[in-house]
Design a protein around this ligand. Structure first.
Ligand SMILES: C[S@@+](CC[C@H](N)C(=O)[O-])C[C@H]1O[C@@H](n2cnc3c(N)ncnc32)[C@H](O)[C@@H]1O
Length: 284
């Protein structure tokens, strides 16, 4: 009997494995801010038709669906889709599909708001970010005139392994540099949005946190497989690099210096946030 291969679309990570522990590690960090941004369309939230691209296990859709009329989702991994479907099987206003956000099946001008959360860095492997253009063209096509696109991502400052906002990145600096290279710098993202004639371009720092609370208090969490498989940055580490990173963290746990790093990262996160939403609207 042949086993069915699970679909996975990320350029660097097998999300069918990552999603086995994702919900134990991550939380949606920008719910309040996204709803605020959707309101900028002038359409009452409860009348809005919304799309989420790359919805993962459905953490955002599970909340947003309670505020909007209908929400559609397109996700590239079978495992994410299956988990989200299971959670939302009784939600009549949720419509999920497996698909590619670079080639949406919707017709023109369907949505009041289109949101992607921590997805952009999965689209491109080339430094010129060519797939970002495809994504923006598709976004323009499916959004209604005056509709809003919200891109929840991370800045180079936030991702910096030594001066950024995640304390564990110091121990896996090589992998962090690799994933940072997949993140288009925010000023370049803004220029792309301008090139595609989006208007009202804004940046918003979400007030929420990306990881489960335990991450901020218990550094031994980062030594556990549930943590390491749940964050795509670890997909860039070889087994040898992983072992070296764990050894460094164990040593800093013993001498207590990891707690200084955690305090530094928390201070930095309070200054610049853990993520950034770049939003833009289509002309009326
Ligand atoms: C870091 S996860 C974020 C999941 C979810 N948005 C969240 O914040 O919980 C990135 C997600 O993007 C999805 N993805 C990446 N490229 C995609 C594409 N071209 N089309 C659809 N989904 C994609 C992955 O399968 C994965 O679920």
């Amino acid at each position: 009997m042949t086993e069915k291969r699970l679909r996975n679309i990320s350029s660097h990570c097998n999300y069918n494995e990552t999603f086995m522990s994702y919900d134990q590690l991550r939380q949606p960090n920008a719910l309040k801010e996204l709803l605020q941004l959707f309101r900028q369309t002038g359409i009452p939230l409860e009348k809005q038709i919304v799309l989420e691209g790359g919805f993962g296990t459905g953490a955002y859709i599970g909340h947003l669906r309670r505020h909007v009329q209908e929400i559609y989702g397109v996700e590239g991994s079978d495992e994410g889709f299956a988990q989200a479907l299971q959670k939302m099987k009784h939600a009549a206003n949720v419509h999920l599909q497996v698909g590619n956000i670079l080639s949406l099946t919707f017709s023109v001008h369907c949505f009041d708001a289109y949101t992607v959360n921590q997805v952009l860095h999965h689209l491109d492997t080339e430094p010129g970010f060519p797939n970002l253009n495809v994504f923006l063209k598709e976004s323009r096509r499916v959004l209604k005139p005056g509709g809003i696109l919200t891109i929840n991502t991370s800045s180079q400052e936030q991702l910096d392994p030594y001066s950024g906002v995640f304390w564990n990145y110091k121990y896996i600096a090589g992998a962090v540099r690799a994933i940072a290279a997949r993140h288009i710098p925010i000023h370049d993202l803004i220029s792309r949005l301008e090139k595609f004639q989006f208007v009202d371009i804004q940046t918003t720092i979400p007030s929420g946190k990306i990881f489960n609370e335990r991450f901020y208090h218990d550094p031994s969490f980062a030594l556990e497989p549930v943590f390491q498989t749940g964050d795509s940055v670890y997909c860039f580490l070889s087994q040898k690099d992983m072992k070296a990173a764990e050894d460094r963290l164990r040593s800093d746990l013993q001498n207590g210096s990891v707690f200084e790093e955690m305090a530094r990262a928390a201070g930095r996160a309070a200054e610049i946030g853990e993520g950034i939403i770049v939003s833009a609207r289509t002309p009326e």
